[in-house]
Write a new protein. Structure first.
Length: 110
């Protein structure tokens, strides 16, 4: 029996330029999401002061963010299998950017 892999003509363990680009894009995307989460945690006291809300009442922001992130990871993985990874990651990052701008225009903590 002969096993055929998708990397014909290459030695095992070597990555192509395309492989490196895919890994870099995925890493940068996760870096952006984690930096946004870190910024949210850091800004909770400022958000509380601006909206006149105690910081303890704003912890749901962090919980909701992480819950949504975890749930959308599963959905995003399946969508990437169905529609293509590039299309899903670009649309996901676009949606993330748009919703970040919408959230920055909020007039109350609700």
């Amino acid at each position: 029996m002969v096993v055929v892999s998708g990397s014909a003509g290459r030695r095992p363990g070597l990555f192509s330029r395309r492989d490196h680009a895919v890994i870099a894009a995925a890493s940068i995307s996760m870096l952006l999401v984690q930096m946004d989460w870190f910024a949210l945690n850091l800004m909770l006291p400022v958000i509380g002061r601006d909206f006149g809300t105690p910081t303890t009442n704003l912890q749901w922001l962090v919980s909701g963010y992480m819950l949504a992130l975890g749930a959308l990871m599963i959905v995003g993985g399946r969508a990437a299998d169905l529609y293509g990874r590039r299309r899903v990651i670009v649309s996901g990052l676009t949606g993330f950017a748009v919703m970040s701008v919408v959230c920055s225009a909020a007039r109350s903590s609700a």
